[in-house]
Design a protein around this ligand. Structure first.
Ligand code: NAD
Length: 356
């Protein structure tokens, strides 16, 4: 028997194809009459279109969302919220846009409706990472968790293949760490395995044909489950390392997760054998037979065309030493305790992009 504590997050999820057409009804259902539609500059046109579809209940669009939720952008958006008397937030985009909605909700407690367009999974978590003066600070609060999430497979069809792969592997990382975290529990482990299976099936299909709706649906389903995992249990070495690396060398979020994952898994393999068996089983179930979790994840990412060397993402070689020291400066729980030589070896292999 495995003793456990399980916490669930509240929320309403609508999943399918063409589901975004339900947005006006969801706005009405929450009793909102002046929502602000949020987006990145690249997705402004979709946000304008959405605002039109919401009609009289939309008060406008704010399309300045940026990666890592910079506080100055949030403050500009907050001024718009106050000026327009906004009573609800609609976010259409990836983790960056969801991050802006969450940052506003933290400050105002306004209800959020999020329509994700990547596999980041942020929409299912009460976690927010914000940057101010180059420092990223992460916090958690029930106010941050979106009230309604509309998953529409159609929104993901335009996500470029390369980004689909790294965003998907980022979500796989949530599920893998959920299997060996100290807060692991049977329900979340079941979702984690199912999520890994969904990506093992979906991602090769997307690479073969980005318009394959069945493959896109699998990946989006996997993203939802991976997001639940991330929002329900604590993460470990992989996420902490990626956080450190991203902050120190300004590395791209999903790409960094993709490159580090096989090595973090290799580091933890001997300390979490049951979790690794589940990763192997989940990949096999998804049509990717492997005999080792770490090299299996590496091979999957490589076969999908992902960049697997941190040096190719812009990390300097000297960063191996700095990041090793930073990782050891603030120790945290991990199935295998943090050991200097092991962390250095992990980072060296990830920097070179070697197969674990
Ligand atoms: P993103 O939101 O930054 O999107 C990257 C780019 O792709 C943007 O220009 C965006 O407009 C564009 N894009 C997104 N979806 C598209 C689509 N379907 N078609 C065409 N273009 C599209 O990328 P992301 O990886 O989703 O999010 C990364 C951010 O999310 C990071 O800041 C990360 O810290 C955060 N995050 C937070 C959590 C959490 O729980 N708090 C979880 C995961 C990620």
């Amino acid at each position: 028997m495995q003793a456990f504590i399980y916490n669930s997050n509240p929320g309403r999820v609508i999943f399918g194809e063409g589901t975004l057409s339900r947005l006006p009804a969801e706005v009405e259902r929450l009793g909102l009459s002046r929502v602000l539609v949020l987006a990145t500059p690249a997705q402004e046109a979709s946000a304008q279109q959405l605002s039109k579809e919401i009609g009289g209940r939309s008060a406008g669009v704010f399309s300045e969302a940026r990666m890592h939720t910079p506080v100055d952008v949030t403050e500009r958006a907050l001024a718009v919220v106050n000026e327009l008397g906004i009573d609800g937030l609609v976010a259409v985009g990836g983790g960056s846009t969801t991050g802006l909605a969450k940052a506003l909700a933290l400050r105002t407690d306004l209800p959020q409706i999020v329509a994700p367009t990547t596999y980041a999974g942020s929409e299912m978590t009460p976690i927010l990472g914000e940057t101010k003066e180059g420092r990223k600070v992460t916090q958690s609060s029930p106010k941050i968790l979106p009230e309604v999430v509309i998953y529409d497979v159609e929104l993901t069809l335009t996500l470029p293949v390369g980004q689909s792969v790294t965003s998907g592997m980022n979500a796989v990382a949530h599920s893998v760490e959920a299997l060996y975290t100290k807060e692991a529990n049977p329900l979340i482990s079941t979702l984690a395995e199912r999520s890994i299976t969904a990506f093992a099936q979906g991602l090769p299909g997307i690479v073969a044909n980005p318009n394959d709706r069945e493959a896109r649906a699998q990946a989006l389903y996997g993203a939802w489950l991976g997001g639940i995992c991330l929002g329900s249990v604590g993460m470990a070495l992989h996420h902490k390392l990626c956080h450190t690396l991203g902050g120190m060398f300004d590395l791209p979020h999903a790409e960094t997760h993709t490159a580090v994952l096989p090595h973090a898994v290799a580091y933890n393999t001997s300390a979490a054998p049951a979790a690794m068996r589940k990763v192997i089983r989940a990949m096999e179930e998804g049509g990717q037979p492997v005999d080792d979790a770490a090299s299996g994840l590496y091979d999957l990412a490589k076969s999908l065309g992902a960049t697997l060397a941190l040096r190719d993402l812009g990390m300097p070689e000297s960063g191996i030493e700095t990041a090793t020291r930073a990782a050891l400066a603030n120790p945290y729980w991990n199935p295998r305790p943090l050991e200097e030589a092991g962390i250095r070896e992990l980072l060296t292999a990830a920097w070179r992009g070697e197969r674990p």
